[in-house]
Ligand binder design. Structure first.
Ligand SMILES: C[S@@+](CC[C@H](N)C(=O)[O-])C[C@H]1O[C@@H](n2cnc3c(N)ncnc32)[C@H](O)[C@@H]1O
Length: 201
C-alpha cells in the first residue's frame, strides 16, 4: 500500500483529508520538530497520521468519532506498519480531550498537536489543547482559511458556511492574542494552516 491507495480510498468514501501541499507542509514540520508524542484530533482514515508517523519515530494518539473511519484507519495503520505506535481514541474529541485534561499525567504531555477535527469548534478546544501541549512545542491547525472564505467572509455561500467562517476567524484571533502562544503563522496554502508554539514556563 502507498499514499495513492489511501487517496483512492478517501475519494471512494468521500473522506476529507489533508491535500497535497498540506501533506508536504505537515511532513516538513514533523521532520523539523522531531516530536516524540503527537496528538491528532480527526483521524479520518489515517492518512495524516501515517504521514506524521512515517516522518518521525513518534507515538501518536489520535481521536475520531466515526466508527467506519476508525475501522479503515486501523487497517491502514497496519498496512503501513505503524500500528504499534498508534493509539486511536474512538469518540467525541471534546470528551476524550476533557478526560485527558482530568488525568494529571497529560499536562504538558504532547510535543506536537495536529488539530484537524470539527472546524466550527476549534475555539472550544483551544484552552485544553494548550494545557496538553508541552512548553516550546508546536500546534498545527488545518483548514483555518476554509477554502479562502475566512479572509473574505462576504463570498460565503450559505449561513452554515458563514457560521464556520466567523468561528474560524474568532479562533485565529484567540490564538494571536493568547498569552501562552507565540510565533503564530498563518500559512496561506490550499485550506490554510495555522502554526503556533507554546511559550516555555
Ligand atoms: C478533515 S477530517 C480529518 C482528516 C485527517 N486528519 C487526514 O488528513 O487524514 C476531520 C475528521 O474529524 C472527525 N470529527 C469531526 N468532529 C469530531 C468530533 N467531535 N470528535 C471526533 N472526531 C470528529 C471527522 O469524522 C473527520 O474524520
Amino acid at each position: 500500500m502507498n499514499y495513492d491507495d489511501i487517496l483512492t480510498l478517501a475519494k471512494q468514501y468521500a473522506v476529507p483529508i489533508v491535500r497535497t501541499k498540506s501533506h508536504s507542509i505537515l511532513e516538513n514540520l514533523i521532520k523539523k520538530n522531531n516530536p516524540k508524542c503527537i496528538l491528532e484530533i480527526g483521524t479520518a482514515i489515517g492518512y495524516s497520521g501515517i504521514i506524521m508517523l512515517k516522518s518521525s519515530s513518534a507515538k501518536l494518539v489520535t481521536i475520531e468519532h466515526n466508527k467506519n473511519y476508525v475501522k479503515l484507519a486501523k487497517s491502514n495503520f497496519k498496512k503501513f506498519k505503524v500500528n504499534k505506535r498508534v493509539k486511536i481514541l474512538f469518540g467525541d474529541c471534546h470528551v476524550k480531550i476533557a478526560e485527558m485534561v482530568a488525568d494529571n499525567k497529560y499536562k504538558d504531555y504532547f510535543d506536537f498537536i495536529f488539530l484537524d477535527g470539527p472546524k466550527a469548534q476549534y475555539s472550544l478546544l483551544l484552552e485544553n489543547l494548550i494545557y496538553l501541549l508541552k512548553p516550546n512545542s508546536t500546534l498545527v491547525v488545518d483548514n483555518v482559511l476554509f477554502r479562502g472564505y475566512t479572509t473574505n467572509e462576504q463570498i460565503a455561500p450559505t449561513k452554515r458556511f458563514k457560521t464556520i467562517i466567523k468561528r474560524l476567524n474568532d479562533f485565529i484571533d484567540m490564538c494571536k492574542n493568547h498569552k501562552e502562544l507565540y510565533d503564530i503563522k498563518l500559512i496561506d496554502t490550499e485550506d490554510g494552516i495555522l502554526y503556533a508554539k507554546k511559550i516555555s514556563k
